[in-house]
Design a protein around this ligand. Structure first.
Ligand code: CUA
Length: 430
């Protein structure tokens, strides 16, 4: 017979259960509190208020848990059946309706609910809008959720005859300043969440919602759609880049410029930009970013604001032409260049973003190539691949429905050299 350290099978099961919960925490240390999407590593007042609310709730419910579990454990041990006679004994006399116990339990429950409710309501109001005293200093952004990416519009940054500044999947904000975010959806319900800064608040079709956030220091933060919104929900991501005031103003000034034109690109190399064009097969589970990028994404973001050395104007010009020929322009805007598609991310300055494909992949030549040659492999059934429904009709994407057979047929095909040119063009859009 194996040694039994604990007196009853129930207790042994309980011990195993507790060990199973605690073991991963002990083995992993507390590193899980430091991950890029950890709500325990807050970097702004809104997320901090939410974390404090979590701790308040944890303490209150923790005390209740310990009390209830303690009484239960005590009763289980003290009154357990010790022998066969105990097991078949008649139940002891039952008592009901002790007023002191019943009123006491009601009072304690109400007290616990009040202790949780007051800070909860306070945190809800606090999250919803910038505090009165800070309103004059607040910066405003509109965020729209679409299947499966985020559009960010800067309503106070008007462009010369072209509406407001719009960008995609990377929300650049001033640090140390409250940012008021108007939340919208263009299709289904999404949810806006930047774990270290603020969230989650739903983005609901035909209903305005809002929240605010503030980054206490410049930094690079992960965001994520937090409401199931279709098959690519899990890869509907974004980034928030918080910059010092001056750097933010410089970024705005650059973003307001129309796209760079190949003719203006100074060539330092007569050789075509070298890109591996051998393989069109990509491992769907290959990591989307490099360790170097992961180590300091803000540094990489800063690097990406200036043009790459060794640009090839001829290749870029060819890419620009292909961007029209392959009908990319019917969905994407490159401001100052041809086309004005509004259903998909504005690509005017896509070369200056650290991520593509809705925050899923690091923005580099290999990933751009992977994305534009195999959009379905990166993000199954995305709108670039399947086309965009527009007022009853469907604008064909990489696939189109054959009218006669009803089958899906290839519509847009991109050869290896064409991909080289398109990648060079997209990378030039700083
Ligand atoms: Cu959008 Cu989930």
């Amino acid at each position: 017979m194996p040694p039994r350290f604990l007196p009853s099978p129930t207790l042994r099961r309980l011990a195993v259960f507790v060990a199973l919960i605690l073991l991963p925490l002990l083995l992993g240390g507390w590193s899980w509190t430091k991950g890029p999407q950890s709500t325990f590593d807050t970097r702004g007042p809104v997320a901090e208020s939410q974390l404090q609310l979590f701790y308040t709730t944890l303490w209150v419910t923790g005390v209740i848990f310990v009390l209830v579990a303690g009484v239960l454990a005590y009763a289980t041990l003290k009154y357990r059946a010790r022998n066969a006679a105990d097991e078949h004994a008649a139940p002891p006399p039952q008592s009901h309706g002790n007023p002191l116990v019943e009123l006491g339990l009601i009072a304690v429950s109400v007290l616990a609910l009040i202790i949780i409710a007051v800070p909860t309501l306070h945190a809800i109001w606090f999250t919803y809008d910038v505090p009165e005293t800070e309103k004059a200093n607040a910066y405003e952004v509109n965020a729209t959720g679409l299947q499966w990416w985020f559009r960010f519009e800067y309503p106070n940054e008007t462009l010369d005859g072209a509406g407001n500044l719009v960008t995609g999947n990377e929300l650049v904000i001033p640090a140390k300043r409250p940012v008021r975010i108007n939340l919208r959806s263009a299709d289904v319900i999404h949810s806006f969440w930047v774990p270290k800064l603020a969230g989650k608040v739903d983005m609901i079709p035909n209903r305005g919602n809002r929240l605010w956030l503030q980054a206490d220091e410049p930094g690079y933060f992960w965001g994520q759609c937090a409401e199931f919104c279709g098959e690519d929900h899990a890869v509907m991501r974004f980034r928030v880049i918080a910059l010092p005031e001056k750097e933010f103003a410089d970024w705005l000034a650059r973003q307001k410029q129309p796209a760079r034109a190949p003719a203006n690109v100074a060539s330092t190399s007569p050789e075509p930009l070298r890109i591996e064009s051998a393989s069109f097969k990509f491992d769907r589970n290959a990591p989307g970013w490099s360790e170097q990028f992961d180590a300091d994404p803000l540094a990489r973001w800063r690097q990406m604001q200036t043009p790459e050395t060794g640009e090839n104007p001829a290749l870029i010009a060819r890419g620009r032409k292909l961007f029209q020929d392959k009908t990319c322009v019917s969905c994407h805007t490159v401001r100052g260049h041809e086309g004005a598609g509004v259903t998909s991310p504005d690509l005017t300055h896509v070369g200056a973003r650290t991520t593509i494909a809705g925050g899923l992949l690091e923005n580099n030549a290999a990933n751009l190539r992977r994305w534009i040659t195999d959009p379905h492999g990166v993000k199954p059934h995305n709108k670039m691949y399947m086309g965009v429904p527009l007022g009853g009709s469907v604008m064909a994407g990489y696939m189109k429905r054959d009218a006669a057979s009803g089958n899906m047929m290839p519509n847009i095909q991109i050869s290896a050299p064409e991909a080289d040119a398109l990648v060079a063009y997209l990378q030039s859009l700083k």
